[in-house]
Design a binder for this molecule. Structure first.
Ligand SMILES: CC(=O)N[C@H]1[C@@H](OP(=O)(O)OP(=O)(O)OC[C@H]2O[C@@H](n3ccc(=O)[nH]c3=O)[C@H](O)[C@@H]2O)O[C@H](CO)[C@@H](O)[C@@H]1O
Ligand SMILES: C=C(OP(=O)(O)O)C(=O)O
Length: 421
């Protein structure tokens, strides 16, 4: 099993190029199922989750192959199979995103229920309810969602009880080919929703309201190929900015979108960072020890849950006391016990972590439990005295393209190695 060995002491310095966004690339790759002619998607990050998606699309009979660095060619004209098997779905929850497009285009989909994961139970009831409102007949049989529809789905007004990102995406993709107009109320407003809407519209779809909580989707009879570039990864950007802030460094993130990171940048400024921005870059300079900042996660445009773990690490070495409240996932503090093993002073009370900054973290062997928890432990390793080992980094490879290469270029002492078990 692979792990990282990290030695602290170096302030991050220089430029880092941000990859395409995992959480935009995944729905966009699944939306290619809707297209009747070939197309090309660029700025796709090289990640384990993307490889899983390519495998899943191939399993359905679609062609998906890398044609250049970060570019994938697709042809979904010959899909023959509408079954997403457990073996693939269990490794990546976002596989649930095949449900809407398969059902909309072929009137049939069988998708393994994804089940819970480290950060929470993560049900998909809102995806199913919305599709039922569009006329689909859906049952759960032997751990699979079996969805059928005679002819096209029907446009409907759908109020989502909770804000769900992939739920909104599944329903948008289904509604794109439905007969009539669908209105999704209490829709997610994340930038990745806007990116998916832009892609579907580029294929000939008719979606308006993206980026607001009411989406209107006028269904069309067919969608055709369009070349599209995935938006930059706002969470990767935020992760590098926090890493630079905790080391007292000075970096610029290139090929990114400052407007997708308002809440994160404002928290970094509150922590004492000097932030500068251009159209497609963000600079950060940190000259003092960070000040502790209170965080409360909530759907966009509020503070993203995918940046919570990284800020918990920042608070461990900051001046002062801070509370971090996680309101999206019920079990997203798995990094806390590992950070405590590195000397962090954090108390957990339900969905709140109360941290008192310490002078220095101390290195330890720690275990990554999920994607962003892994990132928070890598950041901790950059400032802990001694040599930190972060084990089980397959989690981090789901969401960060060559994170160690990018950190090394910024001056970090981090190496990947195989840990003997
Ligand atoms: C691939 C992808 O884009 N993943 C992101 C997506 O996950 P994902 O789309 O899975 O997260 P959701 O937005 O759906 O989850 C938000 C909350 O709604 C609940 N819920 C969701 C669906 C449902 O049918 N029923 C229900 O109760 C969830 O358990 C959770 O408590 O948004 C999360 C919240 O910003 C991010 O952390 C993930 O990185
Ligand atoms: C939780 C995340 O991803 P996923 O929904 O794919 O598990 C994430 O990107 O932080």
């Amino acid at each position: 099993m692979e792990a990282f060995r990290i030695n602290s002491g170096n302030k991050l310095h220089g430029d880092v190029t941000i990859s395409g966004a995992k959480n935009a690339a995944l729905p966009i790759l699944f939306a290619t199922i809707l297209a009747e002619t070939p197309l090309q998607i660029s700025n796709v990050p090289k990640l384990n989750d993307i490889e899983t998606t390519i495998k899943l699309l191939a399993e359905l009979g679609a062609k998906a192959s890398w044609s250049a660095d970060n570019t994938i060619d697709f042809d979904a004209s010959n899909i023959t199979n509408c079954l997403a098997p457990y073996d693939l779905v269990k490794t990546m929850r976002a596989s649930i995103l095949v449900l809407g497009p398969l059902l909309a285009r072929f009137g049939h989909a069988e998708v393994s229920l994804p089940g819970g994961c480290a950060i929470g139970a993560r049900p998909v009831d809102l995806h199913i309810q919305g599709l039922k409102l569009m006329g689909a007949d859906i049952t759960v049989e032997n751990g699979y969602i079996v969805a059928k529809n005679d002819g096209r789905l029907k446009g409907a007004t759908i109020f989502m009880d909770a804000v769900s990102v992939t739920g909104t995406e599944n329903l948008m993709m289904a509604a794109a080919l439905a007969e009539g107009t669908t209105v999704i109320e209490n829709a997610a407003r994340e930038p990745e929703i806007v990116d998916l809407a832009n892609f579907i519209n580029a294929m000939g779809g008719k979606i308006t309201g993206e980026g607001t909580d009411t989406l209107t989707i006028e269904g069309v009879e067919s969608l055709t190929g369009a070349d599209y570039a995935v938006m930059p990864d706002r969470i990767e950007t935020g992760t590098f900015l926090v890493a630079a802030a905790v080391t007292g460094g000075k970096i610029r993130c290139l090929n990114t979108d400052p407007s997708s990171l308002d809440a994160v940048l404002s928290k970094l400024q509150e922590a004492g960072a000097i932030i500068t921005t251009g159209d497609d870059w963000i600079g950060l300079e940190m000259n003092d020890k960070p000040k502790a900042v209170n965080i409360r996660t909530a759907p966009h445009p509020a503070f993203p849950t995918d940046m919570q773990a990284q800020f918990v690490t920042l608070n461990t070495i900051a001046d002062g006391t801070a509370t971090t409240v996680e309101t999206i996932f019920e079990n997203r503090f798995m990094h806390v016990p590992e950070l405590q093993r590195m000397g962090a002073n954090i108390k957990l009370e339900g969905n709140t972590a109360i941290s008192v900054g310490v002078e220095r973290l101390t290195a330890a062997q720690v275990m990554a439990t999920d994607l962003r928890a892994s990132a928070s432990l890598v950041i901790a390793g950059l400032v802990a005295s001694g040599e930190t080992i972060v084990d089980r980094i397959y989690h981090i490879d789901r969401g960060y393209q060559h994170i160690e290469d990018k950190l090394q270029k910024l001056g970090a002492d981090i190496k990947r190695f195989t840990i003997e078990k």
